[in-house]
Design a protein around this ligand. Structure first.
Ligand code: F6P
Length: 550
């Protein structure tokens, strides 16, 4: 029988010992010792080339990591996910975002029923709607064509479509602008609507549950904005559509369910951009491009489902992440896109990863005694270089990082792109190689600096190196490669969740704050702090109420 926690397994203990032997090795020496290292530790899948050779790993590390994966039966979990088993055990749900992009149409059964006909039916409805809006045959209440779409949603109902729309900006129709409002801070809605024409604006209210406070508040205010301008409540039908699993609440809000696009409880919010939650994407780039996005993800799914663990891109990335988090002491993971249009990818992956694997108990409710999900963060290069790279190069923490870039830019402007990508390659090389003290010293002496000063400055100009990076290079950022890239990260997260034994598909941690916020909202509205609070919170609430009254 399996021990309860993964860190009690022989595979884990073998990795612990292995780290002790490898931690003193230099990656640059590993490269010198093996001229084929870069080729051995690279693979290309679905248009994505991954070079993972700049990691503190050897063939033995990968063998031990695979043993760990086999110990927790990763392959079995992959199979169960794709087969529609209820692997989200705390909510008793299947986890089938892969069905949404199952372009093979292979039947996928949930409780004995194939979900593919329903998936395809929603896509067909989306296609018809998108065609009408983009061609101008869907008219607003006053007979004008739609010029602006405002998606109102938060978390998974915002971050995915927002990230993809920015990433696919080169494919966007110029006659239809897409905006995103998520924050319940009124500033977000007010600033987005400023300058928009109510007669030509279409709102998508996107919420799986259709109960999320932020989204319902923004949707209500957007409806008021529309009705104040158009003066007729029947205008809602031409200016509001909904994406949700909750038809009852959609109808209660006043949106005709004929204008509702459904999805299912087996789609997690942070994995939902492939469903009708992707409607803003399809409106922005057209249904054909949306289908290409699904195809790219499907190609990665097929690879993840069928490839051996030794050459399985998402599994390898997941296992290498575990190597640093659990054996190397890394607490964060940097995502560094060298592509301005991927600027929202780190934020998207923050929800994807941290809401999935930010867990402290196993699926069976046992408290873990090892690190689970890392803090995920990042900014696009080269902005990040001039902000936080100093700490990655010379700080005291180990920060594994993913560098993501393309061979061709959609905006080849003079020599911008070679300059941009020169930084990508230079940074990964510098992080790996570092610069030894003797190298720094001889450079300084060669520049004519006197010896005493050169010895001091050389200390500061020494780089430890051995900072691990993955390089992900694609020919061009297209809907297909983007789909594959997102699916790559989804499966990386899944792999890590399986290793750590957590349920990556629930998010109970965000509930407590939500419940308390409702209680406090009542107090702010009545001006009476009646519930039990800690002294700090009570004083802050009283101060807030006092100053609002003044
Ligand atoms: O942050 C919690 C959460 O439940 C996310 O998982 C989800 O993506 C987000 O809220 C929005 O939920 P909904 O789509 O139901 O409005």
């Amino acid at each position: 029988m399996l021990p309860v926690l993964v860190n009690q397994t022989p595979a884990w203990q073998a990795l612990q010992q292995h780290w002790e032997t490898l931690r003193t090795q230099r990656m640059r020496d590993l490269f010198d010792a093996d001229p084929k290292r870069a080729a051995t530790f690279s693979l290309t899948v679905a248009g994505l080339h991954l070079d993972y050779s700049k990691n503190l790993i050897t063939a033995e590390t990968l063998r031990l990591l695979r043993e760990l994966a086999e110990t927790v039966e990763l392959s079995g979990w992959i199979e169960r996910m794709f087969a529609g088993a209820p692997i989200n055990n705390t909510e008793d749900r299947a986890v089938l975002h892969c069905a949404l992009r199952n372009r093979s149409n292979r039947p996928i059964l949930v409780d004995g029923v194939d979900v593919m006909p329903d998936v395809n039916a929603v896509l067909t409805r989306m296609e018809a709607f998108v065609g009408r809006v983009r061609s101008g045959s869907w008219l607003g209440h006053t007979g004008e064509r739609i010029s602006d779409v405002v998606n109102i949603g938060i978390g998974g109902s915002n971050l995915g479509p927002k990230m993809v729309c920015a990433a696919l900006a080169p494919y966007q129709s110029e006659s239809l602008r897409v905006h995103f409002v998520s924050n319940v801070d009124g500033t977000h809605l007010v600033e987005t609507l400023r300058g928009l024409n109510p007669a030509t604006t279409l709102f998508i209210v996107a919420s799986k549950t259709f109960t999320t406070q932020e989204t319902m508040t923004n949707a209500g205010s957007a409806r008021n904005w529309l009705l104040t301008a158009l003066g007729d409540s029947s205008a809602v039908a031409r200016h509001f559509v909904a994406v949700s699993t909750n038809a009852e609440k959609v109808a209660a809000f006043g949106i005709d369910t004929a204008n509702m696009f459904g999805f299912w409880d087996w789609v997690g919010g942070r994995y939902s951009l492939w469903s009708a939650i992707g409607l803003p994407i399809a409106l922005a780039v057209g249904l054909d491009r949306f289908a290409e996005l699904l195809e790219g993800a499907h190609a990665m799914d097929e690879h993840f489902r069928t490839a051996d663990l030794s050459a399985n891109m998402p599994a390898l990335l997941g296992l290498i992440g575990v190597w640093y988090a659990n054996f190397g002491g890394a607490r964060t993971h940097a995502v560094l896109p060298y592509d301005q249009s991927l600027r929202y990818l780190p934020a998207y992956l923050q929800q994807g990863d941290m809401e999935s694997n930010g867990k402290g108990v196993t699926r069976d409710g046992i408290a873990v005694t090892y690190t689970t999900g890392p803090v995920v963060w990042g900014e696009p290069g080269t902005d990040g270089q001039h902000a936080f790279y100093q700490l990655i190069h010379q700080g005291t923490q180990l920060i594994p990082a993913d560098f993501i870039g393309a061979v061709h830019s959609h905006n080849e402007l003079g020599d911008h792109h070679p300059k941009f990508m020169a930084n990508f390659f230079a940074q990964t090389e510098a992080l790996m190689r570092g610069r030894r003290y003797d190298e720094a010293l001889s450079e300084l002496l060669a520049s004519g600096m006197d010896e005493a000063r050169a010895q001091l400055i050389a200390q500061h100009r020494t780089f430890p190196g051995n900072r691990p990076t993955n390089s992900i290079l694609m020919e061009r950022l297209t809907p297909h490669t983007l789909g594959a890239l997102i699916a790559l990260y989804e499966h990386r997260i899944f792999t890590q969740g399986v290793i750590w034994g957590v349920n990556s598909f629930d998010q109970w941690g965000v509930e407590l704050g939500k419940q308390l916020a409702n209680v406090i909202l009542g107090e702010l509205q009545t001006g009476a702090v009646t519930a039990e609070h800690d002294p700090s919170t009570r004083a802050l609430l009283e101060r807030f109420i006092r100053q609002r009254r003044a």
